[in-house]
Design a protein around this ligand. Sequence first.
Ligand code: AHR
Length: 497
Amino acid sequence: LKAKMVLDKEYKIAPIDNRIYGSFIEHLGRAVYGGIYEPGHPTADSNGFRRDVLELVKELNVPIVRYPGGNFVSGYNWEDGVGPRESRPRRLELAWRTIETNEVGTNEFADWAKLANTEVMMAVNLGTRGIDAARNLIEYCNIDGGTYWSDLRKAHGYKEPHRFKTWCLGNEMDGPWQIGHKTADEYGRLAVETAKTMRQVDPSIELVACGSSHVGMPTFPQWEATVLEHTYEAVDYISLHQYYGNPQNDAANFLARTMDMDRFIRTVIATCDFVKAKKRSKKTINLSFDEWNVWYHSHEADSKRDPWSIAPPQLEDVYTFEDALLVGSMLITFLKHADRVKMACLAQLVNVIAPIMTDNGGSAWRQTIFFPYMHASQFGRGYALNAVVASPVYDSKDYTDVPYLDATGVYNEESEELTIFAVNRHLSEPLALECDVRSFAGYEIVEHIVLEHDDLKAVNRAGEANVVPHTNGRSAISDGVLEASLARTSWNVIRLA
Ligand code: AHR
């Protein structure tokens, strides 16, 4: 089986916005409590943040983390989570049917983000609340002082404002499961008025309007069109969310899911540009793919759980090797759309559908999906190249003409590095890749990283790292042509410099 690719340093799609390697921490399950925060844990710092988790987050080099939700934000009173801990209320958390202690709130999360070397992407509650709570929150977070809410922040021990730059206007407001679910017109009106008011408090912010909760929503893509009709000049991004699963155990079809994701992205771009044309606007709306991942392993366990406990295990998917391959393909899909997808958040970061897992009181470890995410974040910075790919194709249950090779290239001008990310989707055969890299004269292979495993269902657990990358990939370069052998069902990172 053979495939060809051409990568030329002059054929660039766009500079990659590093924020496509973002992630997400929601007040859900053990993401916060038992995840990033666990006072009394042997590695906890004086604020209760787990240092072992922080180390793993730093390995991923996560540029931005969305917070505090998710469905959670649509019932959240942000005031509950600030000020003296002893007076913070315990609340029924209706989105995930738990009890929220509010031990961690906005200020603690800002502290954690600093330690993790990451920016915060804040979300405001447009479910049970609206303009008033949003304007107060942004005043509390971003204004230096001299006003009621900014002075309250100071009184809470935070002299300097957090200056959060990126803000989501609610979460999945198109979903009937959302607290305060709205029609597109209802949401569009509320979002534009909230956006205008928030910008009056801080004109330097960037705003994300809610797009559809997934590509299969009955209101997609009319939702986007209507929301943008209302909000076009007031927002900067529209969000996309998408999770995939393989409940039927059809690997060929599962690994082809990025065909669907690619179409989703193209349709949202087309919808943004349709509204742009209609409004004769000079402004371009970009995409924030602020929830994406594989999610299905934990559905059954979650459906049997009793409600109203504190930080129970929820959405604790144990990821397989094949999940890591799809996560790799999803990252490649973002790179192919680097001109319009400017932010993306792997949902989520710790314990909840996450690359990092912990045991309460115990260890923290890397799931299979940790690795493609880490590689893309580490090496996928610079320019996304317009890769010309010729690959043999296959048909699966839902897709036709699926290329066995899913690949692209990233050129880092500063460090003079070219990185090829490639997935071989073939279930039984290696793929011989011939890649024309003649414009990268003098470049040699630095390393060829491979994630492979005999068993598509192999997983990692505490103390059991079964699926880990190695650097014995087979590739060679001569006369500007790179030849590589991509093992069957493998994730590959070929680095040249
Ligand atoms: O990430 C888990 C949940 O998935 C989020 O809370 C919600 O926005 C989405 O449906």
